[in-house]
Design a protein around this ligand. Structure first.
Ligand code: SF4
Length: 110
């Protein structure tokens, strides 16, 4: 609900030019995201690049809106098989998940 867009663990410049990434410099999560990125359909990659290029960070500590891959009706990821590592590492029903759910419930956004 606050990611804005899928948060791949690579910069816009890296994702836009994967041929020139220094693979040895990547952490494990970034390497995993790079492999997913390369395997993604081109249309999905182009959409994320556009979102990253046009992203304007919210001011005054505000959060980004819902991830553009989130289906607000079903509350499910529309491209679950392509989701970044950060999404895979976030345990549904874990402490952080429950804290965010409570925060959104308080704000009547859930
Ligand atoms: S799981 Fe999918 S919808 Fe949720 S933040 Fe990750 S990419 Fe976006």
């Amino acid at each position: 609900m606050h990611m804005g867009f899928p948060a791949f663990n690579l910069t816009l410049e890296q994702l836009a030019d994967v041929e020139h990434i220094d693979l040895a410099s990547l952490a494990d999560a970034a390497s995993a995201d790079l492999a997913r990125w390369i395997a993604m359909p081109a249309g999905l990659r182009e959409g994320v690049l556009e979102q990253m290029a046009n992203h304007v960070a919210p001011k005054n500590g505000a959060l980004d809106g819902p991830c553009t891959w989130l289906d607000l009706q079903t509350k499910r990821c529309r491209h679950h098989q392509h989701r970044p590592q950060v999404c895979r590492d976030f345990p549904v029903g874990g402490v952080g998940c429950l804290q965010w759910r409570a925060a959104y419930a308080d704000a009547n956004l859930s």
